[in-house]
Design a protein around this ligand. Structure first.
Ligand SMILES: O=C(CO)[C@H](O)[C@H](O)COP(=O)(O)O
Length: 260
């Protein structure tokens, strides 16, 4: 379902979009992210337990939820954050928080993605929060994924950018080599992710991330997922297969909502 900007302008209070018939507006990637995020928040209802995603797109959704709570337009929301960063953001906005131990079933999660394939499979975790995201989003009745159109790919790994895998620090080189060998037919190169100081990037769970760079389609994703998870040093990978129930894509021509 594609919706033209002019029809949707009323729901985009924070963005000054042009009225119908005016020249086309060129939106930045961040504005597109914000539009997808705001659209997703339209599906939030008072009383919901909400999974709060991580990343620059999800941040807009969390901001919006905080804003609606402050305005009294949403009430009784409980947020389950997917990272320490989102937890801090939600606390700063006054969003009441809980966790999966207390709320094992979540009504809806809103989160971004790095890649979305035509079957709504996702790559996530370039922000490093894939494990908590997978735990929270796996416990959701609805998982609404929000992206700008640059995230659409023909197959997972197809952007040529990282496919993240969270690994234990113990002998990470051994694990990285196993991962690289697993996908050698796809020209895989496995690299440890570093932080801005050149030190290994450490996740909220105290683990490392090995990023897989693929030159070709890895084929059956479920087979690939099972094979990755069989490697003993692997904690979790960033392929989210058949988990998104809805993907909201914001592009230059409007919003597209894809349902599973
Ligand atoms: O998976 C994620 C973090 O672990 C993010 O959702 C993903 O990296 C997309 O990020 P952004 O919204 O900043 O483009």
């Amino acid at each position: 379902m594609a919706v033209a900007w002019s029809e949707k302008a009323s729901s985009m209070e924070a963005l000054s979009l042009s009225p119908p018939m005016s020249p086309p507006v060129i939106l930045t990637q961040d504005e597109l992210k914000k539009i997808a995020a705001y659209k997703a928040v339209e599906f939030v209802e008072s009383g919901m337990v909400l999974g709060l995603g991580t990343g620059s797109t999800a941040k807009h959704a969390v901001d919006r939820i905080g804003e609606l709570l402050r305005q009294g337009k949403l009430t009784n929301i409980i947020g389950i954050p997917t990272s320490k960063k989102t937890q801090e953001q939600a606390i700063s906005l006054g969003i009441p928080l809980s966790d999966l131990d207390s709320h094992p079933t979540i009504d809806m999660a809103i989160d971004g993605a790095d890649e979305v394939d035509p079957h709504l499979n996702l790559v996530k975790g370039r922000g490093g929060s894939l494990l908590r995201e997978k735990m929270v989003e796996g416990a959701c009745k609805k998982f609404v994924c929000i992206v700008d159109e640059s995230k659409l790919v023909k197959y997972l790994g197809g952007s040529g950018l990282a496919m993240p895998v969270e690994v234990v620090p113990f002998c990470w080189k051994f694990t990285a080599k196993k991962l690289q060998n697993l996908f050698r037919d796809s020209g895989c190169v496995a690299k440890l992710r570093n932080d801005c100081k050149g030190e290994p990037f450490v996740t909220d769970n105290g683990n490392y991330i090995v990023d897989l760079y693929l030159k070709k389609d890895i084929g059956d994703l479920q087979v690939a997922s099972d094979a990755i998870l069989r490697i003993a040093g692997v904690v979790e990978h960033g392929m989210f297969l058949a988990m998104a129930t809805t993907v909201i894509v914001a592009g230059e021509l409007g919003i597209t909502i894809k349902n599973k």
